[in-house]
Design a protein around this ligand. Sequence first.
Ligand code: FAD
Length: 472
Amino acid sequence: MKSKRIAIAGAGVAGISIVKFFVNDKRFSERLKIDIYDAPATMGRGYAYQHDDDHLIINLPAEEMSLTADPDDYVSWLERNGYQAESYTSRRVFGEYMHSTLTALKEGHSNINIIKNYADNITFNEDSETYTLHSGNERRDYDAVYLMTGELSYSDPYELKGEPDYFYNPYPIEENLNNLKGRIGIIGSGLSAIDSFRYLLRNGHDQVYVLSRSGEMPAVRGTYFDIQPECLTLGAAMQHEKDGLIPLEQIVELFIEEMTAQGLDMSLFERKTDRPEIDLKYDLEHMDTVGKLQYLIVNLEDTFKTLFKYLSRSDKRKFLQDYHPYINGNHSPMPPHGAEQILEWIDEDRLIFMHGMDSVSADNGFTVTFEDGGSENFDILINATGPVKNIEKDNTELIQNMYDALILEADEFGGALLSKDHEIISPRFGTLGNFYTIGALSAGSDYLIRGVGMLSKETEELVSHFYNTNGE
Ligand SMILES: Cc1cc2nc3c(=O)[nH]c(=O)nc-3n(C[C@H](O)[C@H](O)[C@H](O)COP(=O)(O)OP(=O)(O)OC[C@H]3O[C@@H](n4cnc5c(N)ncnc54)[C@H](O)[C@@H]3O)c2cc1C
């Protein structure tokens, strides 16, 4: 292979995995020069695993979090480094593991270079088919770029950004949420809301309000089952393929057969009442059934990922609207001890859930109005509603610049428009060879490829594609 310069923007799970797959390939040589960009605090950690409170835990057992080909790598690293090899480690500790994985890759290879700065813009040079990455005052040219910048920027559903005592983005929690005084409301009831109220209630606050539209919380992780899908297999689904598409109704039918074959009742999907004190208790009391459902979904991840690409536009829409919420509601569950603690706090009246949130007005504090017409006042509001999905709404310099320059186009199902090989399709230049992305930016074409497990595997294809298309 001729000499090639490769830029990786973003050194989180996906960026580190890209470096790992480059290095582990037998075609890797000194002729490839890799620069990896990220801010100092997140370099080699990613956004979710930076330095923060130790009680922010990963929602996956350590045994399922290896970043290398050895499935026990994380557990062995924990033992080697004097950490307790407990099942649910803190996200900070996982960040240390990620960082040490990147450091080892860098130290072993003089052609891997770390640049502690963000990429502000990436432009395409049509004549030479190369890319220029702009970072502060620096400009560097590359033959290939991996855009691994993770989640899009935070959403702001009530447009409160800039208001005093409004926390648009709670992370890092230890830095932002310490020493708050007054009546606190957290907007949202997902994993970021859990992080926020766990921190506040463990650090001297008597009471916190959780405000949301629906009140639905993540499920509780049930018992582990090694489930082999019997009915919803790729082979069975492919029987229905015609003109490159598989009708959604056939996939749903196979899924229902699968549930029956596994002894699971479809009514499990309807178990949530959106009242945490009932829902969390239900999951804790039915660990086997709930676990079986969750691990069936986990074991179907690869199948879903492939089948998603075979859905027509209208079926994709229908799937995301009608079925995805059920998969999602059982996909990233919280650890059981976390759920038990939440139930205790509810019981002690320290955690108060209010749903049906409708609007907020800010004037010397905040007034939150609910669908039933009632309202409540808060001194502080913490936004835990998560990132936007549409790149048009992203407010980071890099994505805004590339969107504005017609390098990126929005995919109607989230993220950017991509080829099947994860290369960016620009509305101005067409498919951009050697310009890859995956993760939140590939949400429209990749189903569920956001978590550590999937990203650390799926990035291999992006590296193989580069090696296969860039000659010997
Ligand atoms: C608070 C939180 C908790 C989570 N907990 C879990 C969990 O427990 N389990 C799980 O599986 N998933 C969890 N996730 C999902 C998480 O997003 C994925 O696990 C995974 O980290 C995504 O990997 P990534 O490489 O795509 O993004 P990240 O790991 O976020 O990495 C992207 C990196 O790109 C950098 N970056 C951004 N813009 C630029 C730029 N312009 N130039 C250079 N670098 C840039 C960022 O600083 C970041 O370091 C969590 C997410 C969040 C936000």
